[in-house]
Design a protein around this ligand. Structure first.
Ligand code: PMV
Length: 326
């Protein structure tokens, strides 16, 4: 039997238009389409090896053997790949993040994108970018946007075959920066799987879903025109809309901490002073500041003066998922 082993790398991504809530839980179809940028500093590298000699799947993340729920999610993903390839073999998965773990940064997007590519290649499958994006979506919705490089749009679709991400501009299209200010290293209390399920309990949810398409069209046009003033305003509106849904669901989810709110106000002050920077958040307290490359150093300098900021991580537009070996 030939060697069933492959290594792949993939970046995390930051959504400019967010995915929060699902149309179909089984198929992981989102309630709305979304738009994102891959983050070149936040990369996961994953090696998958299948062998009939392995009785069980072993999963090692950042040097630690995973058990329980985290392992189960990965085993379920390996099962999808095994079913596609008609393979019966145990797997060894070794995955490493280039960014500090436990700082509240999402690793599921880069993780499931890298796992989808490494596992499918190791199993002898040559999937198209569309097929890979669909596969990654089953692992974690946002992972489907980490398959193409640069800036991507994930079309919600009404069936599995239609719900995948495609590139709308390559990484070199625009020297944007995501300057992430870490204000808490605590593990989040409510994960996104639970959060998506709670979203429809918010009285604001339907209004959000109904209004996303308009924001997405405007954001996409602004991105293609490199119009940061328009894009930034929409990015902020969409992040606030998602967090308003989170805070009004039953039970409510409050991801922000005092440092998060302080930084929202600082960003508004800095903009009034002429520094062009906008904010967004994922499902957590850490704020992502979006600016042009020319303003990155100034944004970083200001962030480092703020007591609540524990760490700053800067990313530019990153590449798509890629095979490293063999
Ligand atoms: O991919 P998931 O299920 O972890 O959901 C991601 C949700 C957000 O990060 C909050 C928004 C997004 O579109 O990335």
């Amino acid at each position: 039997m030939s060697i069933l082993k492959a290594t792949a790398a993939a970046c995390a991504n930051i959504a400019f238009i967010k995915y929060w809530g699902q149309r179909d839980v089984e198929l992981n179809l989102p309630a709305n389409s979304s738009l994102s940028m891959n983050l070149d500093r936040l990369t996961t590298v994953t090696t998958v090896e299948f062998s009939p000699d392995y009785d069980d799947d072993v999963v090692i993340l950042d040097g630690r053997e995973e058990r329980g729920e985290a392992r189960q999610r990965i085993v379920a993903h390996l099962d999808r790949v095994r079913a596609m390839a008609g393979l019966r073999a145990g797997a060894r998965v070794i995955s490493k993040n280039s960014f500090p773990t436990g700082v509240g940064l999402a690793s599921s997007a880069s993780g499931f994108a890298a796992l989808s590519l490494a596992a499918s290649r190791a199993a002898g499958l040559e999937l198209s970018q569309r097929e890979l994006s669909i596969l990654a979506r089953f692992g974690s919705g946002s992972a489907c946007r980490s398959i193409p490089g640069g800036f991507s749009e994930w079309t919600a679709g009404t069936c599995s075959e239609e719900s995948f991400a495609r590139q709308i501009a390559p990484p070199e299209h625009w020297e944007l920066r995501d300057v992430i200010a870490i204000v808490s290293r605590a593990h989040k209390r409510v994960g996104s799987t639970e959060g998506h399920a709670l979203a429809p309990t918010s009285h604001l949810y339907q209004a959000r879903v109904a209004s996303v398409a308009g924001r997405l069209a405007q954001a996409k046009a602004a991105l293609l025109e490199k119009d940061l003033a328009t894009l930034g305003r929409i990015i902020e509106e969409d992040a606030i809309s998602m967090h308003a849904v989170m805070m009004t669901s039953r039970p409510p989810i409050y991801y922000w901490l005092p440092g998060s709110i302080k930084l929202i106000h600082e960003v508004q002050n800095w903009r009034a002073e002429g520094l062009e920077v906008y904010f967004t958040f994922d499902a957590g307290p850490n704020i992502h500041l979006i600016c042009q490359a020319a303003d990155q150093a100034e944004v970083e300098r200001r962030l480092r003066d703020i007591e609540e900021v524990l760490e700053v991580i800067v990313s530019g537009p990153g590449p798509g998922a890629r095979v490293i070996e063999p």
